[in-house]
Design a protein around this ligand. Structure first.
Ligand code: GRF
Length: 229
């Protein structure tokens, strides 16, 4: 049976596009994006979804009296599609504990840093300020604490001496587009799951999640838990 994804976005939608391509190419097998929900009517990602024939919905958080009201409505909107997985793809809203708890183990996010380093915003500028040699991206299960859920896959990219936040962001984004589909495929195939607050991988370990090769990147390494961890 085809697995169903609901994607939540707020902006550009490049991760949406990479996930869509991965579903269409079979990299994420037997899976369809059944709805894209944006909290911003002007999110460019909405047009990408529409072009691909994916139903879209705008739920502007400013139309709700409280965060709890917005999250309750969002939950209704999502559950109407009965998704297997809810995918945050640049969704720029903090979520309430009750929302996150409802989807525990079925809600994932991508964050542009090697968590637990640099949770929150402006990760690329902060990484440069700190003078780190490696930066990257993390796909993680969402738990109530912001950007603190257990990591599923991470990609590290080198920081170059002449980087500015935009250049570094571009390199990280390239890595994001590779690891998010990999993580989704691993979860949807049952290779990876959240259990008792930790990520569990079944054996044999999915080979696709171990290595990323990308011609535009000097070097990319994957950090994943060891099999059976
Ligand atoms: C990405 O950098 C993602 O890591 C972060 O928000 C950005 C979304 O970009 N959560 P896009 O809308 O997918 O292009």
């Amino acid at each position: 049976m085809t697995k169903k994804l609901v994607l939540l976005i707020s902006g550009r939608g490049s991760n949406l596009q990479s996930i869509l391509r991965a579903c269409q190419s079979g990299q994420v097998p037997d899976t369809a994006i059944v709805c894209v929900i944006s909290n911003r009517a002007d999110a460019p990602g909405l047009a990408l979804a529409k072009q691909a024939g994916i139903p879209t919905q705008v739920m502007d958080h400013r139309n709700y009296p409280s965060r709890a009201d917005f999250d309750a409505a969002l939950r209704q909107g999502i559950d109407a599609h009965a998704p297997d997985l809810v995918v945050l793809a640049g969704f720029m809203r903090r979520l309430t504990v009750s929302f996150v708890t409802h989807y525990l183990g079925r809600l994932v996010n991508i964050h542009p840093s090697l968590l637990p380093a640099f949770p929150g915003l402006h990760t690329h500028a902060r990484a440069l300020e700190q003078g780190v040699c490696w930066h990257g991206a993390t796909v993680h299960f969402v738990t109530p604490e912001l950007d603190a859920g257990p990591s599923i896959v991470q990609a590290a990219v080198p920081v170059h001496p002449d980087d500015d936040p935009a250049r570094l962001a571009e390199r990280v984004l390239d890595a994001e587009h590779q690891i998010y589909p990999q993580a989704l495929a691993a979860i949807l195939s049952g290779h990876c799951r959240l259990e008792a607050g930790r990520v569990h991988w079944s054996t044999p370990f999915p080979a696709a999640a171990e290595t990323v090769v990308h011609p535009q990147l000097t070097s990319v390494t994957m950090q994943t838990p060891s099999p059976g961890a």
